[in-house]
Write a protein that binds this ligand. Structure first.
Ligand SMILES: NC(=O)c1ccc[n+]([C@@H]2O[C@H](COP(=O)([O-])OP(=O)(O)OC[C@H]3O[C@@H](n4cnc5c(N)ncnc54)[C@H](OP(=O)(O)O)[C@@H]3O)[C@@H](O)[C@H]2O)c1
Length: 249
């Protein structure tokens, strides 16, 4: 599908910023959403007038759904929506705190669904549009210190799986993307040795953009990490968990 108008959340840095630039270069009008307006203005200065900055806190689900629904009407119809905004922290269950859990669920689950739900009615009516959620390889198995993050990304992926069953028949496309480690603000605090097969942001953006173009239903990358994660998902739980705990140490 050739896109005309895209909404990308989390466009102020990392993968979202890279995707916004990638689509703007192809002539797509990109509504680039995030909280940091200054970063969005610098994105427009870098990537040009195809970028339309949109200050939006997806942590407020009701306001996000209403804003996206209004944008869909005002803009003449979004044909690509990428729910990319996300937060991730390594937090041990032994020292977990409710505000961190709540924020991750608000942004990664409620915020992502509010973004996609805001665009859905218009897309269904037009029988045209592509909905994309940026999940994670962490959605495929439970990882130590990542209970909330893994669960939030699994929620998004399963929701997209179900949504596809309902909307593909009316002509919509649904893609769930599961990245492994990619350089970004989110991963800059991690030790490089703890991030096997770490990708440059631009490399990841190219892979994701092409997967969306092919209309992949589910896209997990890089293949090395995706294969290892899928193999561990198939292991008996006891064996998998003892490997994960020893690797993590
Ligand atoms: N990097 C990786 O290795 C990796 C791996 C798997 C999955 N992912 C997923 O990829 C997505 C992008 O992450 P990234 O690696 O590019 O991280 P990043 O550089 O930290 O970008 C996160 C983006 O989300 C936005 N955001 C956070 N909270 C928000 C809120 N309440 N409202 C609106 N926007 C908000 C941030 O913008 P503001 O702060 O300006 O609002 C920022 O633009 C996330 O969903 C992440 O979980 C990343």
């Amino acid at each position: 599908m050739h896109f005309q108008r895209a909404l990308i959340t989390g466009a102020s840095s990392g993968l979202g910023r890279g995707l916004a630039t990638w689509y703007a270069r192809q002539g797509v009008t990109v509504y680039a959403a995030a909280r940091r307006t200054k970063e969005l203005d610098s994105l427009r200065a870098e990537a040009g007038e195809k970028i339309v900055p949109l200050t939006l806190d997806v942590g407020d689900g009701d306001a996000t759904e209403a804003r996206v629904r209004a944008l869909d009407a005002e803009s003449g119809g979004l044909d690509l929506v990428i729910a990319n905004a996300g937060v991730g922290n390594d937090v041990s269950g032994r020292a977990i705190d409710w505000p961190t859990v709540k924020r991750m669920v608000d942004v990664n689950v409620t915020g992502a669904l509010a973004t996609l739900c805001g665009a859905l009615p218009g897309m269904v009516e037009r029988k045209r549009g592509h909905l994309v959620g940026i999940s994670s390889l962490a959605a495929l198995i439970a990882l130590p210190r990542s209970a909330t993050y893994s669960a939030s990304k699994a929620f998004l992926a399963m929701w997209l799986e179900g949504l596809a069953l309902d909307v593909e028949e009316v002509g919509l496309k649904v893609t769930s993307i599961h990245p492994g480690f990619v350089k970004s603000e989110m991963t800059q605090k991690n030790k490089p040795e703890a991030m096997p097969f770490l990708l440059e942001t631009d490399e990841a953006v190219e892979l994701m953009g092409r997967a969306i173009m092919r209309g992949e239903r589910v896209y997990a990358f890089p293949w090395q990490t995706a294969t290892a994660i899928r193999a561990s998902a198939a292991m008996p739980r006891g064996l998998r968990n003892s490997i994960l705990r020893s690797v993590r140490k």
